[in-house]
Every structure is written in C-alpha cells, then in structure tokens.
Design a protein around this ligand. Structure first.
Ligand SMILES: [Zn+2]
Length: 211
C-alpha cells in the first residue's frame, strides 16, 4: 500500500520496491577481519578503525541517511556498527564499561536534519549492548564550516579549537569515539585531543567508512 503513496527504492543501489536490498545488505556485512585499521593523514594518537571504504552501497546509505532523511537506513547501518563494536570488544581493543562518544556535528546541521545522525546511530547500535552507554559529550563551536571539499590543512584549521565539551556527564571507563566517515582524520584528531585534555581515556576511533 505504501508503495502507491511513496515510491520506495533501495537506499544503497536505487532498486525500486525495497528499502534495503539483499545485495546491499551483503555489501555492508562486517567480515571476520573487519573493522579495518586505517591510517588517516592526521593521526589522532589512538587506533582508527573503519567498517569499510566510503564507496558503493555503504556510501549511498550514509549519504541517504545524513542528507536525504532516509531514517529507515539507520537500522542496517546500526547493525554494521554494532558488529564492528562487538569485534573491537572481542579483540580487546576496547572493554566494558565503555562510553561511546559521537564525533561532533555542527549544531544547525543536526537541527535541520532532525537530530544528529551519528548520535542516533550510536544509540541504536548500542541499545541492547550491556555495559555500553552513549554520551553526546562533544559539539562544535560556531564558525565551523562543512568540511566537504576542504583539504587536510583547511580541515585542520576549520576545526582547530572549535571542538568543545558539551558538559554531558561521562560515566567513566574507556571511551570510543564514533563517526560516520574518516577522511583526513581532522575531526577524530581534534575530538581525541579535546577529550584527552579533559582527562577522558579515549582508546580508539570507529567509523562506518574511510575515504
Ligand atoms: Zn540495494
């Protein structure tokens, strides 16, 4: 019935009639040796892991969720994030009690899009995970531009001194920074720096994709 009202297409490949097709579900699957350890240009000083390359259905799903309000894609992306998180626990990279801190989103952007997608994704991914809480502890200050199209130096300058603590309480234990995409590493590096200078024990970064 809904198809008659609203054309539905796969958020990964555009195939009509379904929101997330089996082919894209397979493409987003987190394999036994994933998440991958990646080396962004700006090293945040802790290991950075990504579920896969920012390409194909993964890229389409992230863009559709963030830019086109396809909230129905939060489910599949959260499953992938939860699997990645579980792996990091199994590998001993992180341990519980664990606090997941979403990387900061520009506030006006989050408002316009109906809530910060990374925070919502992290909450969905950890909803059933014992010993893991999500704390939206970081925000960006006014004056931060969208980083799309900026190079390494420009991204770093754009964020320098502009990542702030929200004052949201951190329950203690280790902290994992989570973001959608790691590109130059500027956001991760500045976020880790701010958390660490506040005495927060950040141990790793996990992202949905690397570019
Ligand atoms: Zn598809």
């Amino acid at each position: 019935m809904l198809d008659l009202v609203l054309p539905v297409e796969c958020g990964g490949c555009g195939t009509p009639g379904q929101r997330w097709c089996p082919v894209c579900a397979t493409a987003l699957r987190v394999h036994a040796d994933e998440p991958l350890l990646v080396s962004p240009r700006l090293d945040p000083g802790v290991p950075v892991f990504a579920l896969g390359r920012h390409a194909g259905p993964r890229r389409s799903a992230i863009v559709a969720l963030k830019e086109h309000g396809r909230r129905d894609l939060r489910g599949p992306l959260a499953v992938a994030l939860a699997t990645g998180l579980h792996r990091l626990l199994c590998w001993g990279i992180v341990e519980t009690p664990l606090t997941v801190v979403p990387a900061p989103t520009r506030r006006w952007a989050a408002r316009r899009r109906g809530g910060d997608p990374v925070t919502l994704l992290a909450r969905t991914a950890t909803a059933a995970a014992p010993g893991i809480t999500v704390a939206a502890a970081l925000r960006t200050a006014a004056g931060v531009r969208d980083s799309v199209g900026l190079g390494v130096d420009a991204r770093q300058r754009n964020l320098a001194g502009r990542v702030r603590l929200t004052g949201c309480p951190l329950p203690g234990g280790e902290v994992l920074l989570v973001d959608d995409i790691v590109t130059t590493g500027a956001t991760a590096a500045e976020s880790v720096r701010v958390l660490r200078s506040a005495g927060v024990p950040v141990v790793a970064v996990l992202t949905l994709a690397y570019a």
